[in-house]
Ligand binder design. Structure first.
Ligand code: KG4
Ligand code: ZN
Length: 334
């Protein structure tokens, strides 16, 4: 069987990324241009600025990915791109680049769901064993996704308000930490002690849904009240308490889902999967459960195109191609 090589493109948020993936599992190149520096001073991603950067960067990044992989367009089997969810203006840059290249080189076009991409980042480091469950934790999503087979996704629980990364970023902003705040809270938490009592949103006993807005507000209120009463609160202790509350709920629900659905493998995915506290606690708890846990390396947790190429391979095998009407869809369902 000849090798199947996919060029994948990802522009759903603030990373312009392109990657070349062999047979869905091997990274030949993985180029990511982060825009974080441009959005930092606004405390979050500004959609208009994101689109402009994508326009400036996309061709350069694709050329770099092809060059690094030492491939030409004749070597490719398909072009894949994130079609949603994400910022519509940002998605469109990637989608249009992919359509133009597929047309120019007469290659099949594949639309990939961003969250499927995060899940399939794990396929670059392991072989999937079904059934499996993934905890997807990112700036826009917090979901438990069950998979019986390739390409089959069942969302068994999701956040009812803020995504966990969003809660991290908002709490960080309250503590005057730079955007994105997740890594800063993670670092502070390691230096503090979880001495401050904060709520845990368990929701209904059998629910796999999440809620983080109450916790976020509790952190903000705690700071506000302390300031009013002239009490000093250690940022480290507050970060540690917030992180403990988040991790306790995520890990408890992850364990319950893994056991109830009798999974062969449990995967972690998304930008918040870079969190050191979460990685440690999940590892300890799944060791005890005796269920295989897969955690991607940091460069595969945050947005990248390698994960899109990995997810696209399954579409290529099933010949699930898009036509030139493919569009960016900000609210695309998994
Ligand atoms: O998956 P991602 O790169 O983009 C989205 O699809 O949203 O995730 C970005 C999110 C941000 O909210 C960021 O603060 C968070 O991941 N994040 C972290 C850590 N590293 C990144 N959150 C907690 N701890 C970290 N170490
Ligand atoms: Zn993402």
């Amino acid at each position: 069987m000849s090798d199947k090589i996919i060029l994948a493109i990802e522009t759903s948020c603030d990373e312009t990324a392109a990657a070349v993936i062999k047979n869905g599992t091997e990274i030949l190149s993985n180029v990511v241009a982060s825009q974080i520096e441009s959005h930092k001073r606004f405390g979050g991603v500004v959609p208009e600025i994101a689109s402009r950067h994508h326009v400036e960067q996309i061709t350069i990044i694709i050329e770099e990915a092809m060059k690094e992989a030492n491939k030409t367009f004749e070597d490719l089997s398909a072009i894949a791109v994130t079609e949603g969810p994400g910022l519509v203006g940002a998605l469109l840059i990637g989608v249009n680049a992919a359509k133009a290249l597929a047309f120019a080189h007469d290659l099949p076009l594949i639309g990939v769901h961003h969250i499927a991409g995060h899940i399939y980042a794990n396929q670059l480091i392991t072989n999937f064993k079904f059934p499996l469950m993934t905890l997807v934790v990112s700036g826009g999503h917090t979901e438990l996704v069950y998979m019986k087979e390739h390409g089959h996704f069942e969302v068994i629980g999701e956040t009812r308000d803020d995504a966990v990364g969003e809660a991290y970023d908002k709490v960080a902003r309250t503590l005057s930490l730079p955007y994105p705040g997740g890594p800063h809270i993670d670092r502070l938490a390691a230096e503090g002690t979880p001495t401050i009592d904060l709520p845990r949103a368990w929701l209904e006993p059998d629910s796999y849904d999440f809620s983080f807005s109450g916790l976020k507000s509790a952190v903000i209120n705690t700071l506000h009240n302390a300031k009013q009463r002239g009490i000093e609160i250690s940022n480290e202790d507050l970060a540690a308490s917030f992180q403990e509350s988040v991790i306790e709920v995520l890990v408890e629900k992850a364990k319950r889902a893994a056991v109830e659905y009798r999974v062969e493998q449990f995967l972690l995915a998304g930008g918040v999967a870079a969190n050191k506290g979460l990685r440690k606690k999940l590892t300890e708890e799944f060791d005890q459960l005796g269920i295989e846990l897969i955690i991607p390396p940091l460069y595969l947790c945050t947005d990248n195109a390698a994960m899109i190429g990995a997810a696209a391979f399954n579409h290529l095998e099933k010949k699930q191609f898009a036509n030139y009407e493919l569009n960016g869809d900000p609210g695309l369902d998994l």
